[in-house]
Structure formats: C-alpha cells, structure tokens
Design a protein around this ligand. Structure first.
Ligand code: SF4
Length: 408
C-alpha cells in the first residue's frame, strides 16, 4: 500500500505557509497569468521563486497551474510566460491544453506534466493516451466512481490524482458558459460568479416581467446546486483504489478552511497508515470539517450518480465559527503575538487549532500591544480590530501559524 500525497491549494504566500504548516505534502499555485484562478491573489515571478524555495526547504513539492486554454491570440504571450518561468524548479506543471503541452516540451523538456481536471479524464483509454504522451500524472474527473478509478489504476502506470474535498462545479469538470454569459466573468478563466447556485424563474418571451416560479420545493429550485465534496470517510477505499495524490480544492478559499481541511486529512492519512487494521474515523475529524464554511457535504460520484440528497437546497453557506486570528510569534512561557483578523474582545472564548487534531479552548482574559508590559490582573486592551497585533499568554503549547477561531 502506497501512502498517497496530500495536495493542497496555495492561492497566495500566506496560504502556502498555512498548507505547509498543517501538513500538506505538496501544494499547487498559479502565476499571474494563464491559470484558472485569475481572481486569486496568485504569485509574481519573484514570489514563485520564493514559494518554491520555501516549500522545497520543508520537503514540500510545488506544482504550477498553467491549465487555461489559450486561443491563437494568446499563444505568443503564453509562450513568453513559459520562457520566463522555465528556470524555476517547479516539481510539475498542471496543464490541460495539448498546445500548451507542446510549448512546455519545447521550452522545458524535463518538466513533469500533470494533466488538469479541465482535460476531463473519465476513462482508462484517455489515461493510456496521456501516458503515451509522456504525462506523468492525470487528475481524474470528479465524475468518476471508485470502481472506475480502480479500473484505470489496473490499466495504467502513470500517477493518478483525485479531488477529495472542496466545492463542486455542476458543469463537467469546469467547462461552463453560464457565468461568462450572465455576468461577463469567465468560469474558464477562473472568474466564475457561480450563477448555477442562484434562484431562477421562468419567463415566457411574450410576457416580459411575468416571472413564473420554478419550484422544486417550498424554497425554490436547486437542480444545479451541488453540495461540497467530502471523501474523508472513505480514505481506506481511496487508498485501496491506488490513487497517488489526494487533492483539496480551493485556491480562493480562506486560511481557516485550508488549515482545517489539511490538518484533518493529514491526521486521517497518518493514522490509517500507522495501523490500517485498527483505523476508525474519529468523530472529531468530521466535526472539524463542519466548523468551516461549507455547503453541506456529498460524496459526489464516488458511489454512482449523485441524487437529490447531493444537492443543496439553499444558496448560502453554513458558517458556525469565525476565524479571528493567526499566531505570529510563540515565545516562552506561553507568551504569544497574534494578528487579529476579526474583532476580538476580552471575555471571548477562543479555540486554538494546531497541527494534528490539537485544539485548545481559552477564555481571553487580558491582552496588550506586543512589547507592552501586561498589567497584572488587568488588561491594557479590551478590544482588538482586524490586522491589529496583540499579545497575551496561554497555558498550553502553541506554534507560529496556528489559527484561532470563535464560535458564532
Ligand atoms: S456557474 Fe456553476 S456550473 Fe458553471 S462553472 Fe461556475 S460553478 Fe461551475
């Protein structure tokens, strides 16, 4: 049994640090052009170089997304971009378009190529085709079942990657025109406004302004509206299917999501490989995934076609905890410096989330500006605002980059 890689999104440098801190084996990120998350912060050339060396120093691999589909007019700029990034020691490029693969072959012949989910690999013949093209790994379409994945594994030697967690797009692995037609934001350039999750009515063209409700139930119709993918409960089955990499979706999600998802899957994978025969999913792992903003969870296509219960019947997210701060310095005697990311007040009950499943509740009794002497029995600050740095003491071990949250 081979332990799969845990692959996490890194939408910017801070997210990269968080993914590494909480235990990702590899991260994927995009430059400022030609990747499918143009609304994420993304990385400049200098930042990409710094990101690769930061990750490599910690034995974490870095894959660069260059998975957009250029048109003829984009080709010269795309080619120059590939020339610019060629010297950077990425562990692989994530690609989708055969023309881009051809350009990479010309400019960086040694570069490992991972085929993006955008290329929609749904069967073993496709996987064999990409193997013959020298692609090192394919990301299997989210539309594949567990049985289908196992069959692909038996027929190819190339690496197999699959999404295990994150938002699901109801369009075939991301090809959709809804957003660009309705809002001018092109989903295939990573700018999707998610109109598939909005409410709709029926209008007959001779009766403008008369909206006939389309009701699936009392609250509307949600035929396009998928829950989020969560395969945590089926890690043993995924490992047995022979996949090499478990990928977490969400370069545009916040660091609270990233930290929680990475630490839970890290812990589950490590525990499973310590003693597969005794492995049981711990309830607190699922509880942790319910503490982050999500849309209800589904196993997607893993066990067949999704049904009614795999759709979400409202447009909003479930959010029960607020992310309130990040530990910037952890000194001796429990003295810590925190950057507030939300309003914090003396008296708040905070939860510190560390690596593994470590978690500590603490009632904030006093705080001060970093470096300021704390007043015994008092507090020099009562309230901290977002981006303010504060200092206080906690009676348990805390590490730099641990996150802090508060129940709503
Ligand atoms: S509108 Fe919905 S279905 Fe279309 S790309 Fe965006 S998330 Fe996917």
């Amino acid at each position: 049994m081979k332990k799969p890689e845990l692959l996490a999104p890194a939408g910017n440098f801070e997210k990269l640090r968080i993914a590494v801190h909480y235990g990702a084996d590899a991260v994927y990120l995009g430059g400022q052009s030609y990747n499918l998350r143009s609304l994420a912060d993304n990385f400049s050339l200098e930042e990409m170089a710094a990101a690769v060396s930061y990750a490599h120093d910690r034995n974490v691999k870095v894959y660069l997304t260059v998975n957009s589909f250029p048109d003829n007019g984009d080709l010269p700029g795309f080619y120059r971009y590939l020339e610019d990034i060629a010297p950077l020691p990425f562990d692989a490029y994530i690609v989708a378009d055969p023309g881009v693969i051809d350009m990479v072959r010309e400019l960086s012949p040694q570069r490992a190529l991972h085929l993006s989910t955008q290329a929609n690999t749904t069967n073993w013949r496709s996987a064999q085709f990409w193997e013959k093209q020298g692609v090192e790994r394919v990301n299997l379409a989210r539309e594949m079942s567990l049985a289908g994945i196992s069959e692909v594994r038996q027929r190819v030697n190339l690496g197999l990657e699959m999404f295990v967690h994150g938002a699901m797009c109801i369009s075939y692995s991301g090809r959709c025109l809804l957003s660009s037609v309705m809002t001018g934001r092109d989903a295939n350039a990573g700018e999707c406004a998610h109109p598939c999750r909005w409410n709709y009515a029926l209008v007959e063209e001779q009766r403008p302004g008369e909206y006939f409700p389309v009701l699936e139930d009392g609250t509307g119709t949600f035929i396009f509206n998928s829950k989020d993918l969560c395969l945590l409960e089926y890690l043993p089955e995924l490992v047995s299917s022979g996949v090499d990499s478990l990928k977490i979706e969400g370069r545009m999600k916040g660091i609270h999501y990233l930290a929680s998802v990475v630490r839970v899957y890290r812990e589950a994978l490590d525990r499973y490989f310590e003693a597969p025969e005794c492995y049981r999913l711990r309830p607190e792992m699922l509880e942790e995934l319910h503490k982050i903003s999500h849309r209800g969870y589904t196993t997607g296509f893993l066990f067949g076609r999704p049904g009614k219960s795999d759709r979400e019947y409202h447009s909003s997210y479930i959010r029960t905890w607020d992310f309130v701060g990040i530990v910037e310095e952890a000194g001796v005697n429990g003295e810590i410096v925190v950057e507030a990311r939300n309003r914090l007040a003396v008296g708040d009950t905070l939860e510190f989330i560390g690596r593994g499943l470590s978690s500590n509740l603490y009632r904030l009794q006093e705080m001060s500006a970093p470096g300021e002497k704390t007043i015994p029995g008092g507090s020099s600050l009562q309230i901290a605002h977002p981006n303010q740095r504060i200092s206080f003491r906690v009676p348990f071990p805390v590490e730099k980059y641990d996150l802090i949250r508060r129940e709503k």
